[in-house]
Design a protein around this ligand. Sequence first.
Ligand SMILES: Cc1cc2nc3c(=O)[nH]c(=O)nc-3n(C[C@H](O)[C@H](O)[C@H](O)COP(=O)(O)OP(=O)(O)OC[C@H]3O[C@@H](n4cnc5c(N)ncnc54)[C@H](O)[C@@H]3O)c2cc1C
Length: 291
Amino acid sequence: MNRVHLPRSLEGAWEILDRVPEARVYAGGTDLFVKLQGEARSRAVLVCLERIRELRGIRDAGKHVWIGACTPYTEILSDPSVQEHFPVLSDAIRKLGSPLIRNMGTMGGNICTASPAGDTLPPLYILEATLEIRSHSNTRRIPVQDFILGPGQARLEPGEILSGIEIQKGHPYPVHFYEKVGQRQALAIAVVSLAVMMRLSEAGDIEAIRMAFGSVAPTVVRPLPIETQLAGAPLDEKTLREAGAMLQAHLFPIDDIRASARYRRRVSANILQRLRLRGKASMKDSHRFGP
Ligand SMILES: Cc1cc2nc3c(=O)[nH]c(=O)nc-3n(C[C@H](O)[C@H](O)[C@H](O)COP(=O)(O)OP(=O)(O)OC[C@H]3O[C@@H](n4cnc5c(N)ncnc54)[C@H](O)[C@@H]3O)c2cc1C
């Protein structure tokens, strides 16, 4: 049997964590409770963060948006600032789990689980999100890519919790999208995922681009040399084929129950061709709605 504490304030949480340093925190519990089922007769002391007001909600602070680590996905999806400024994040959340999982699960849980398949991670990498980490005596900030060390490993000290995610507004990339290839349409864990933000010229060439891949290495991969290579290139089949070949040097996929490393490599190169479709669709939209 697990003992569960339900503090209503951060002060209450610190009091328990000081008294029981081995206690495990959770928010929605959609990852932790699956894990605990695998630990026979777990007697872990649990601290539920879900009711702590300081860890929930979304604030538009002018230059950036702050998202409480324990805000359920459904709330993030319905937030107008997130919809307007970070469509790539909304797109990824819509493809994460099921309505039930999105009602309970949180971005804080997805980040701290540090799975290479976590759907919010590629968008957070290209949005260059900063994480706010709090302990009883300190608050620190760290870029998301420095926080995640490997599968299930994050730079979180005992007694620390992830309190919020800060994302700068005003990224000059009008086209945002998230692609996820899984074994089925619904409730699929990503075999390969790709988050993209890009800007095209009037002629349809790539002016600037950011991209990050999930599930192809121990942590999310942001292939900066390919972003540089693509800037200024025509958005055509040949450019993307060459980028797909170059990309292979940045990938370190594994064979697992969902897919082989070879398959992940091939899909990663092929999925780049989606840029053409998304680019064309955005050009059509801008002609339809433009001046
Ligand atoms: C059926 C099912 C389908 C799923 N589908 C997907 C999917 O499509 N894509 C995907 O990415 N994930 C999926 N998941 C995994 C999971 O739902 C997500 O990772 C979710 O975001 C976890 O959030 P949570 O709040 O439930 O985390 P929890 O289970 O509460 O916590 C997860 C881990 O993070 C730690 N933690 C949580 N919050 C904090 C905090 N604020 N500070 C410090 N540590 C913290 C906990 O100690 C725990 O180790 C699925 C899970 C299930 C059960």
